[in-house]
Design a protein around this ligand. Structure first.
Ligand code: SF4
Length: 375
């Protein structure tokens, strides 16, 4: 398949990994930001193939994992109101809130619908004018343009029964927070190609300069990932700290300017609570005042609350790369994909789910059996 097979060329991958091993004079610590990249690295065995020259830390770039319990609690409460149909991406249904998930809410009578896009949620609003349709809007810079578009279309079509419960997150403040940690170990980043497709990578130059880290933009196929790691190692060995684009088939320095303008017109950066990581300064997006009528928190007068995650779950340490999932005492015991304690075990992009799937010998569960079919 074009754009896939050429990036899964096994002999080329073997050769590239061997070149990385020859080039490295020591073991370097590299963090991949995106959960999709984490799954790729484990699925293709790149982490193990380079284990003696690269320590890979897994970053917080899984939007399902970092959505706060408070946002889930608010979505649950809305879904239980008789006038509301709560819509969101299917991945979000099993993410635990402080007491219930949206799947739990549906089991006790809440109205929750999985949709493929916020525009499907808008279509639901048009089809059900007597109900209030709320879309739980999660995701990084990749999904924010489509939720911004849905809001603008709702305004243009005068759809009054549509609103967003926003929990969008921004990747760059998270990278900055990780680099500022006194015990930070990250020496280079693999930046998420799909995020940079939207937002570009020019703003990373300042991060590289201030923190002396190379940032290499790359994709998700094995050759993309290995090429990104090779570029990081080359820079580290040469003591260079630059942004490098290794995903040129999708990413331009300035990103997708039109999508960026959509986002800027509808949203503004705000401080945001990330699950397990606390409040991230400027780490989220909220609707601008002029779009407040589409803000579910405003429309339904939702207050803020302090929520706590399950204290057995060490998702904060996993998402910031301080521990690997198997170091969590609950991993594979109380916490499995069928009975997750935390979001990183629920999400298709979660690091805990990745380790459970690719690095743990376990009997094939029902969920795994389903996933096997789409490998
Ligand atoms: S294994 Fe489960 S309990 Fe442990 S950090 Fe991951 S999601 Fe949380």
């Amino acid at each position: 398949m074009k754009y896939v097979d050429e990036y899964r060329d096994a002999p080329a991958l073997t050769e590239l990994l061997a070149a990385v091993r020859r080039r490295a004079t020591r073991r370097w610590t590299i963090m991949e930001i995106c959960g999709g990249q984490t799954h790729g690295l484990l699925k293709w065995g790149i982490d193990e193939a380079l284990a003696d020259v690269v320590e890979l830390l897994h970053g917080p770039g899984c939007p399902v994992c970092v959505t706060s319990a408070e946002a889930i609690d608010q979505a649950v409460a809305l879904s239980l109101r008789p006038e509301v149909i709560l819509t969101t991406f299917g991945d979000m249904l099993r993410v635990p809130g402080s007491k219930q998930s949206l799947a739990d809410a549906r089991a006790i009578g809440g109205t929750v619908r999985a949709v493929y896009s916020p525009l499907d949620a808008l279509a639901t609003a048009i089809a059900h004018p007597q109900r209030e349709i709320v879309f739980l809007a999660v995701g990084f810079e990749t999904t924010a343009p489509t939720t911004a578009l849905a809001v603008r279309q709702a305004a243009q079509c005068n759809v009054k029964n549509f609103s967003l419960l926003t929990a969008h997150v921004r990747v760059e403040p998270a990278m900055e927070a990780i680099l500022r940690e006194p015990q930070n170990q990250v020496q280079a980043f693999l930046a998420a190609g799909h995020v940079c497709t939207v937002s570009g990578y020019q703003s990373y130059e300042e991060l590289c300069r201030r923190h002396h880290v190379p940032i290499v933009v790359t994709g998700f196929e094995p050759l993309d990932l290995a090429t990104g790691i090779a570029a990081c190692i080359r820079q580290l060995e040469e003591r260079r700290f630059e942004v490098e684009n290794r995903y040129g088939r999708c990413v331009r320095p300035e990103g997708n300017v039109v999508a960026g303008q959509f986002v800027d017109a509808v949203y503004e950066p705000c401080d945001q609570v990330w699950r397990g990581l606390g409040t991230m300064p400027q780490g989220g997006l909220r609707l601008r005042d002029e779009w407040q009528t589409f803000d579910a928190r405003h429309r339904f007068a939702l207050g803020t609350s302090v929520t706590t995650d399950d204290d057995r779950c060490r998702s904060g340490a996993v998402l910031s790369g301080r521990i690997r999932p198997p170091q969590c005492p609950a991993f594979g015991k109380e916490c499995t994909p069928e009975h997750p304690l935390g979001a990183p075990m629920v999400s298709a992009e979660g690091a805990c789910a990745a380790y459970y799937r690719y690095h743990t010998p376990h009997p094939l569960t029902m969920i795994d059996a389903c996933r096997e079919t789409d490998r």
